[in-house]
Design a protein around this ligand. Sequence first.
Ligand code: 5GP
Ligand code: ZN
Length: 136
Amino acid sequence: MCIFCKIIEGEIPSTTIYEDDVVKCILDLSQAGVGHTLVIPKKHYANVLEIDSDTFGYAMKIAQKIAKALKKTFNCDGVNILNNCGEAAGQTVFHLHIHVIPRFFNDTVDVKWVDNSSKFDPKNFEELKNKIVANL
Ligand code: 5GP
Ligand code: ZN
């Protein structure tokens, strides 16, 4: 059983913010920012590519609910709602979860990426778009 399945079963202790039949929301041990919460579907799905859209949609709805609660609790300047899908994207626990992280100006959370706009010619976007659209 994976670590989050064990948490959901209560075999590993966690601090639960919210729970219903579909999801369990717990405080992340690493607390990237104070209040950092994980929204975890109770059923095991490895990642966002495997989960059905209804369950994922529901988990995102709960992530929004948590984001609003964090805003109210900490009066943060912003909130990141994010998912790491796959090892290359930074996923370390392979049971899908959504991070909800309170953000403040000048905090230590780092979810930035490099601006590559100077390396890409928007003239090529049409071709790029067509490749993606073919797989929708
Ligand atoms: P990922 O890197 O897969 O997107 O995120 C995994 C997250 O799970 C990390 O932020 C890590 O701190 C958190 N985590 C790992 N093990 C545990 C645990 O046993 N309890 C809790 N509450 N969080 C955990
Ligand atoms: Zn699991």
